[in-house]
Design a binder for this molecule. Structure first.
Ligand code: FMN
Length: 199
């Protein structure tokens, strides 16, 4: 199969990595930013950006607060979509899949590789909760900075990774005259079925 002049790869993760590398090469801003959409309490879709930090054969990993609104919706309905948009390349990738927490080791590895200020931020922000004043956040930040002065900052229990295991991945390449290319990979047993879709 081909997308434009390029052959499309049999494995969508490899295809994704090819496009991701090309997005980095042309210096797309935040190439690892993706919109993750979940279903909230009322059945509405709810979408927000995250930064996808690791991509491997098992899926797409991002990190967040396990007490956040998104975490609540993942627990209720562990089905999500992830959408990447590399607009200077006229490219979009849409992923549907199931979501589960990453392993403790994966969360630790990422957390301990973060700058100290980010680690303190993970402790300081009760993500998604209502706060009446920004000063409260800054005060918590200062308190936690003092609390861990001269010590290694542990990973908060309520902060870690999620893995999206894809079941459908669609690649969209913009072309002249609106005759764009769309390819959809659907997981079947151990492999992937690939179909071209009308744009
Ligand atoms: C470019 C971009 C990247 C972001 N990356 C993350 C991220 O990796 N993890 C995260 O928890 N929030 C991230 N955010 C903030 C989220 O979009 C969101 O505001 C926050 O996670 C709270 O979402 P929730 O209340 O639906 O749980 C990012 C926002 C932007 C604009």
């Amino acid at each position: 199969m081909s997308v434009g002049n390029n052959r499309i790869l049999d494995d969508p993760i490899q295809q994704f990595k090819t496009w991701y590398t090309e997005a980095i090469e042309v210096m797309v801003h935040e190439p690892d930013a993706a919109v993750v959409s979940s279903i909230d309490d009322d059945g509405f879709p709810s979408s927000r950006f995250v930064l996808v930090r690791k991509i491997d054969n098992e899926g797409f990993l991002f990190f967040t607060n396990y007490n956040s609104d998104k975490a609540t919706s993942f627990a209720q309905t562990p089905k999500v979509s992830l959408t990447f948009g590399w607009l200077p390349l006229q490219r979009q990738v849409r992923i549907q899949g199931t979501i589960e927490k990453a392993t403790r080791e994966e969360s630790d590895e990422y957390f301990f590789g973060r700058p100290r200020g980010h680690q303190i931020g993970a402790w300081a922000s009760p993500q998604s909760q209502i706060i009446n004043d920004r000063k409260i956040l800054l005060k918590r930040y200062e308190e936690i900075t003092a609390q861990f002065e001269g010590k290694e900052i542990p990973r908060p229990e309520n902060w870690g990774g999620y893995r999206v295991t894809p079941t459908v991945i669609e690649f969209w390449q913009g072309k002249p005259d609106r005759l764009h290319d769309r390819f959809r990979y659907r997981r079947i047993n151990d492999g992937w079925n690939i179909q071209r879709l009308a744009p």
